[in-house]
Design a binder for this molecule. Structure first.
Ligand SMILES: [Zn+2]
Length: 278
């Protein structure tokens, strides 16, 4: 029903970008998944994650929440993993299912990086195409026990979701302060090291905890596709709270980035729809 309304609004050109004032924290592990028999999990995940977005699987298109941008959903190509990582289709963003369990086994399979595949056109349409536009939309979110500040945006409610996750973490009664000292940062308009692709930090949807405790595959000296060994120090309580509010963790990636969390609720929802209910 809601989907039909969104579709009508899009057809009539009535859809508007979601404003910051519309943000209310959502629990992506607990919310009821739409009952949409016959629709692909990718479509349900994207539409639930990003209100105003509509997937027309018949035409193979994604109508973005801005109400005007239409992008090809694309398929899963037979390219090698490095090429797929460099320029994934929107469908290929779901190529690796994000493991909801606190299990670092799946990441040992080379190139299993659920969340590291990002279609540039999708992210620019969802977020920003210039640094100035992004910077104007950012706000501070604070982890109260240490006063640590992060800067994220609310274009898709990432800042609101982070605030809810940090309150959850603070409420666990565990001293996590060392993970929130010397944090690696949050909003930062930049390219990913070693690539031409914009980092998720450019869009105000990512944060890095204490870099000394995170672990990063490039610093480990591993070659691409051969980063099996990762000695994790990030506690499950932090990871689980952030996942609940829509953030995936780079510690579950083959090319591990243990300090990095990124707002990708579609991947959490897709994992649930795919039957991985931790
Ligand atoms: Zn990061």
């Amino acid at each position: 029903m809601l989907n039909a309304i969104v579709r009508c609004a899009l057809l009539l050109g009535l859809a508007a970008p979601v404003a910051a004032s519309d943000c209310t924290a959502r629990d992506f592990l607990g919310l009821t998944l739409p009952d949409s028999p016959g629709r692909p999990a990718i479509a349900i995940a994207l539409e639930t994650a990003y209100p105003g977005l509509y997937v027309d699987e018949g035409q193979g298109n994604v109508h973005m929440p801005d109400g005007s941008t239409v992008l090809p959903l694309g398929g899963v190509t037979g390219r090698d993993p490095a090429q797929r990582l460099d320029s994934p289709t929107i469908a290929e963003q779901f190529f690796y299912t994000y493991p909801l369990a606190f299990d670092l086994g799946p990441r040992q399979v080379p190139w299993t990086d659920p969340g590291r595949l990002r279609n540039p056109a999708f992210f620019e349409a969802l977020y920003y195409s210039t640094q100035a536009e992004a910077a104007a939309d950012m706000r501070r979110v604070t982890y109260a026990p240490t006063g640590t500040r992060f800067v994220l945006g609310d274009r898709t409610c990432a800042a609101t979701q982070l605030d809810a996750a940090l309150r959850d973490i603070a409420g666990q009664g565990i001293d996590y302060s060392r993970f929130f000292r010397n944090v690696g940062g949050s909003f930062n308009w930049r390219r990913i090291a070693g690539t031409d692709r914009l980092s998720a930090h450019s869009f105000g949807i990512a944060l890095d905890l204490n870099a000394d405790l995170g672990g990063y595959w490039r610093w480990s000296g591993a070659a691409p596709g051969a980063a099996q060994r990762y000695d994790n120090q990030i506690p499950e309580g932090i990871v689980a709270a952030l996942e609940r509010y829509g953030f995936v963790w780079g510690g579950k990636w083959h090319h591990f980035d243990g300090m990095h969390f990124e707002y990708r609720p579609e991947l959490i929802l897709h994992a649930r729809l795919s039957g991985d209910r931790a």
